[in-house]
Write a protein that binds this ligand. Sequence first.
Ligand SMILES: [Zn+2]
Length: 557
Amino acid sequence: MRYILFTCLSLFLLSSNAQNQKSLSSVKVNASKQTITQKPRLVVGIIVDQMRWDYVNRFKPFFKSSSGFTRFINEGATVDNTLIPYLPTVTASGHACVYTGSVPALHGIAGNEWYDNVKQKKIYCVEDANVQTIGSSNNAAGQMSPVNVWTTTLGDEFKLASNFRSKVFGISLKDRGAIIPAGHSANGAFWYDSKSGNFISSTYYGKSLPTWVTNYNNLHRPDSLYNLDWNLSLPASVYEANCDVDENKYESTPFGKEAKHFPYALKSFIAKDYGKISTTPYGNSLVEELAKQAIVNEAMGTDDITDLLAISFSSPDYIGHSFGPDSWETMDGYIKLDELLADFFNYLDKQVGKDNYTVFLTADHAVANIPAFNSKHQLPAGLSSEAAIKNEISSMLTAKGLNANLISNISEDNIHFNHPLMDSLHISQDVLIDLISSYLEKKPEILQVVDARHAASAPIPASLRERVVNSYSAQRSGDLVIINKSGYVDGFATGTSHGTLYNYDAHIPLLFFGKGIKKTSVHRETYMTDIAPTITTLLGIQMPSGSIGKPILEVIQ
Ligand SMILES: [Zn+2]
């Protein structure tokens, strides 16, 4: 009896336990299903190449739509004090930082190009001699891949978290703007070949272009867009009141020496010159149109496995370099970009569903005023020249009876010593550092020359010192880092550039809206490195391998 009772009890306990387990596991399944549906089906990362933080505020009164940039303000989160925590503030390093949450010291993208201390030659950030172009007969344009990026990216982590079922694509006019954000394990990256007017790719991603890319190329959209010319979106009086004069001698003339002001006739470039479109707002149109094609043809954002579409608008950078931040061209470019974003978000609402996607928008870097514009207004400014500095150092070394070849390279403000030659001539690192630093630090444009390996003790404010440390890589950095004074631009008498640690280059916009994003504004200091961990926190997945940022929790619901 006792035995029977015991057995019955055990059976009862067992079955109730099993039932409990069953119901527990079904709760678990439901809970995990619920968790999954709480996540966006698609994350769209938008980088605007060369966008200053203040542009949204400056141009907001002139935006025609309330659903472009303004949608972030009305529905999402604005993070107003986001800084770039490394040098140089250029395209490749910026795209790498946004998508790795890391800095050149770890992800290795030390600039758009750098001098490799091991190979002893210059390397372009995405060059890869082991792959071939697909989509064009322009062989050089497609020998590109992300192999030079040392850490994982956001897209790589989407892949790892989904057993590689997430779809990840990168699209930009610039190769580096598409390839670096898409990451190592991407399904595809597409960039613009200015020779053919086609979007192309490389054999890193596959044997041939997807049919939808070929079909898009066959539409010859650059020709149709050239046919529209570049006219102002608003009456000229609006630009007159809010910008520098339209025609002046310190702007470049990318459409020909005689094309000095609005309107810009573009029809003469049809079927002749596919490079010019990059310096017009129509470069953004090409990227947006191909992004829509990717979404529909790759069925992105159609299930609970989160996909990543990384798009980068390069035209603001080309326009900004030529005409500067205070030009009619820049203002009109942003008014048109705002309309294009409104159209793109409208498309996402219809195609993916309003509650199914999350967007972040930021910049890879900002930009300096044109030095001559600053001078006109008595603001600090001037020109510097790395080529001139290299010549001067050579002459200085020769005058001291030393070999001019002791310097291998100067680029992106890094001076690389020729270590094999130093060894054979028995010249010490300290001697060369002292000689060159004390020479350069007398020049009017130079603030300080930092010994790269000892940047942590450089006599500059700690937060800026950390940016130099964040940039140091033994294989890809120079021995010395030149820090120019505020307002000095390495360039020419026309146009402008970027690359420094000053706020005009290093303070970038950061905006979010969509699934899982709170309506808020964040004003504390945040960093470009915080973007990737914010997205991985939103999705509950691992952050990229080299990420040193912290999630911006205030923006997450
Ligand atoms: Zn640029």
